[in-house]
Design a protein around this ligand. Structure first.
Ligand code: MRU
Length: 356
């Protein structure tokens, strides 16, 4: 493995393999998973072996390429029909992060542009290039988010984050964590408070792992401790990622984010969302339209192999919540910071990016 944080890697040419870090094994094991077919990519997304909004978009784009490998290359009509089936299949893996749908739609647009080609092989190669472009562009978006976000953070700040919006959730470097890594690159000391992020512990297992790896001061807390840590004056800013942001700025992110935003408001602490424009869904006016993924209750009753609740108890396990725009101080994108978070400001910054 070239780097322990090479979240997603394509090996080979058009007939290749998608290699992912299996994030369910972190932080104890850094193990790669080779996907040779679209079914294994779907399973990896569903089971959160690859997770985080931009990362699942990239994985799905490569998943389409894998799924098209065996299609008769001579018949472009058959090729396009199969592409539609695969698009629907991959889109059924997880409902909330819009990057998944954005990436799949972009792949289909590219194929449609080439649909008059006599051979599916030409389209297949072009789709691999498109998936690689989505992957490479995400690297650049993440770096730019870090550059725009770092000036918002004063040296010596305590920063609270929730879930994992780091290199593991993106091509590399992350969104929320990109801001922290940029502070570090600039020699600005920070101290990150990491919510463990129940029930699947993306904060404890993944964010703490990334911060420790990079030598950034990190303190792990249970989600329920955030209010106390804020009251003690240890937090000067909150920065989180996003799975889908609507036209008015409402933001879906990992369950518990809304609680953190409410606490930040109560303590007068700025609350920032860091996300590329590929995470915006301008077809939805408000967060009420965002589909919230419901996951198995066993993630709560049998977390990490041990039963911690009585058999027969009812469980509710939404994987995401929506933070209303009015609780968000600013949204840091690769094109700059949206603040205040109003519909006009969101659309002015994001619409031109999504039109390209
Ligand atoms: O269920 P997950 O682990 O995929 O949830 C991920 C998050 O909520 C992240 O904060 C979000 O996708 C942003 S990743 C840059």
């Amino acid at each position: 493995m070239k780097s322990p944080l090479e979240t997603i890697r394509w090996q080979g040419e058009a007939s290749g393999t998608l290699t992912l870090i299996d994030q369910t094994l972190l932080p104890l094991e850094i193990k790669e998973l080779d996907c040779h077919d679209v079914e294994s990519v779907w399973e990896a997304i569903k089971q959160l072996r690859v997770r985080g909004a931009p990362a699942i978009g990239i994985a799905a784009a490569y998943g389409l390429v894998l799924g098209l490998q065996d299609v008769a290359m001579k018949d472009s009509a058959e090729f396009m029909a199969r592409l539609d089936e695969l698009h629907a299949f991959l889109a059924s893996s997880r409902p909330t992060a819009v990057n998944l749908f954005w990436a799949l739609d972009r792949m289909r647009r590219r194929a449609t542009q080439l649909a008059s080609q006599p051979s599916g092989k030409v389209i297949h190669l072009a789709l691999l290039e498109e998936a690689r472009a989505i992957h490479d562009e995400d690297r650049q978006l993440c770096r730019a988010i870090g550059k725009h976000g770092s000036p918002l953070i004063a040296a010596g700040s305590g920063i609270l984050t929730h879930c994992n919006a780091g290199g593991l959730a993106t091509a590399e470097y992350g969104t929320a964590l990109s801001i922290m890594f940029t502070c570090q690159d600039e020699g600005k000391p920070i101290h990150v408070f990491v919510d463990e992020t129940r029930p699947l512990l993306q904060g404890a297992r993944l964010t703490a792992f990334e911060l420790v790896q990079r030598g950034i001061r990190a303190t792990l807390i249970c989600d329920s401790m955030a209010a106390q840590v804020m009251r003690e004056g240890k937090v000067q800013a909150v920065i989180v990622g996003a799975d889908r942001i609507t036209a008015n700025g409402d933001t879906a992110n990992k369950i518990g984010t809304y609680s953190v935003a409410t606490l930040a408001k109560a303590h007068g602490i700025p609350f920032y969302v860091a996300a590329p424009t590929t995470t915006f869904d301008l077809t939805l006016e408000t967060g009420e339209g965002i589909p919230i993924e419901q996951r198995s209750g066993t993630e709560i009753t049998h977390g990490f192999g041990r039963q911690t609740a009585p058999a027969g108890v009812e469980v509710y396990n939404p994987a995401f919540d929506v933070t209303p725009a009015e609780l968000i101080t600013g949204i840091v994108t690769e094109r700059g910071v949206i603040s205040p978070v109003t519909r006009d400001n969101v659309v002015a910054l994001v619409a031109p990016a999504l039109a390209t």
